[in-house]
Ligand binder design. Structure first.
Ligand SMILES: Cc1ncc(COP(=O)(O)O)c(C=O)c1O
Length: 450
């Protein structure tokens, strides 16, 4: 695996899994075992070559971190420890608390901040929604549900799909989300937010939560978090920051001011598996009011209740989130941050953003290409000006199928755009130049063949 990481650049970004290989994963339950060397050989032949490819420097799709070798080794150590980090009094819990304290320090939240590691920001946003709901409904809401109360939440139209999903899972319903329009920079229109809250109050709804996005998934826009914090404080509404990848921007002295206000959030969701390059999965939720987080999830359970010995060490992570059995996710985060230091991650954020602005400049300077949206952070959405949506889709699929680059697509102003999110620490300016050169070459080919 160390050789594999060292040789990434020479291989394809991604290759489709051949049907014959895929068929091999439809076998019957094996009654007997086989030599582990044969199993490893099968892994090498049929699994390793066909994974997502997000370790590769030319992977730019969605929002994927590149991983790192220290995290890989931590996974091996964690596997050997096989600790169950749902609770009890052991080092796994102490390491996780250390990681939560570091995360709170990173975003500027107080030392008393509580939190828990989860699979990703989808779950972290869900935990935050449940805490916000608890603050409005209290224990009665846990006992009896919404009881006809019409709770509503606010986020910009750039909100990630997991936020409405969280409202749905929390029983508030998808319609509880008020999508606030954005300005020309794709940031939440703050006067529109104020108007929406006033309209809801006068129609008998209960505003429960405002979600400010720090780095929207489509274009990387950062809402005015300080303005949202002011409104939330004035209106007494829970302020949650979805900073899935953007939170790491706090480690860049140059870019940190753009997130001003995040330190005032009631809760923050973000991932260590994105810009912090920890291997999947490593999401995190931070909650300012530790008592609210505990009250939202804790349940008296006879077989878990004991004060001393291994059963001590309250509060347990199982009382801070939905999971009881939990792996030692914190170890890879702790080892990664310990080995590289926080400044290294600030430098990765700076480098990714510099590469993205280079890409935006190359697109702007290319006669056949156009920017589809501003590129304020690490995400660049652009188009071949003359292309239909189908041609854009085919172009991106061809770049992926040929193993050369893996950007993704999104819809901006009702048209498909090529979307490059620079998250991987291995990506260089030369990779971006190669991407633009390749797209220009293919577009010329289309024109010649037409
Ligand atoms: C802004 C935002 N929120 C939430 C998520 C969901 O995070 P995860 O995929 O870790 O669940 C993402 C994922 O890219 C995101 O960009």
């Amino acid at each position: 695996m160390i050789d594999h990481l060292a040789g990434l650049r020479a291989g394809p970004v991604w290759r489709p899994m051949p049907d014959a290989v895929r068929e091999g994963f439809k076998s019957r339950l094996p009654a007997g075992g086989q030599d582990v060397a044969a199993v490893y050989d099968e892994f090498s032949q049929t699994i390793a070559p066909y994974v997502t490819g997000n370790t590769h420097p030319r992977f730019m799709g969605w929002v994927h971190g590149g991983g790192n070798p220290v995290s890989m080794l931590a996974d091996l150590l964690a596997g050997a420890m096989n600790a169950n980090c749902g609770g009890r009094d052991h080092a796994g819990i102490a390491v996780e608390r250390q990681v939560i304290a570091w995360a709170a320090e990173m975003v500027g939240m107080p030392e008393t901040t509580s939190g828990v590691l989860l699979t990703g920001s989808s779950m972290a946003n869900f935990v935050a929604v449940l805490c916000a709901k608890y603050r409005v409904l209290g224990q009665d809401g846990r006992q009896n549900g919404l009881s006809g109360k019409k709770l509503v939440a606010y986020a910009s139209t750039g909100v990630h799909r997991c936020v409405p999903g969280a409202l749905d899972m929390a029983g508030m319903g998808l319609n509880a989300l008020r999508k606030i329009p954005v300005d020309d920079d794709y940031r939440m229109d703050i006067p529109a937010l104020r108007r929406a809250i006033a309209a809801d109050r006068s129609s008998g709804f209960t505003p429960c939560l405002i979600v400010g996005t720090a780095g929207t998934v489509d274009v990387g826009a950062i809402d005015d978090l300080a303005a949202i914090a002011d409104i939330a404080a004035h209106e007494k509404i829970w302020f949650h920051a979805d900073a899935a990848f953007g939170a790491l921007t706090c480690l860049s002295p140059a870019l940190k001011p753009r997130l001003a206000g995040i330190e005032r959030a009631d809760s923050v969701a973000f991932d260590f598996h994105k810009w912090a390059q920890v291997s999947y999965d490593a999401g995190c939720v931070l909650v300012r009011d530790a008592a609210v987080q505990r009250a939202t999830f804790s349940q008296p359970t006879n077989y878990l209740a004991a004060a001393g010995g291994l059963a001590g060490g309250q509060p347990w992570p199982c009382d801070l989130g939905p999971d009881l059995s939990r792996g030692f996710r914190a170890l890879k985060v702790w080892m990664t941050i310990s080995a590289y230091g926080a400044d290294a991650f600030g430098a990765i954020v700076d480098k990714s953003c510099a590469i993205a602005s280079h890409l935006a400049k190359r697109v702007a300077a290319s006669p056949g290409l156009e920017l589809a949206a501003p590129a304020p952070l690490n995400i660049v959405c652009f188009r071949v000006s003359a292309f239909t949506d189908l041609e854009t889709e085919n172009l991106v699929a061809a770049l992926q199928n040929d193993g050369l680059f893996a950007p993704s697509t999104t819809v901006i102003s009702d048209r498909l755009a090529i979307r490059a999110a620079i998250v991987n620490h291995r990506t260089e300016i030369s990779d971006i130049d190669a991407l633009v050169d390749e797209i220009e070459r293919r577009v010329r080919g289309v024109r010649v063949n037409a």
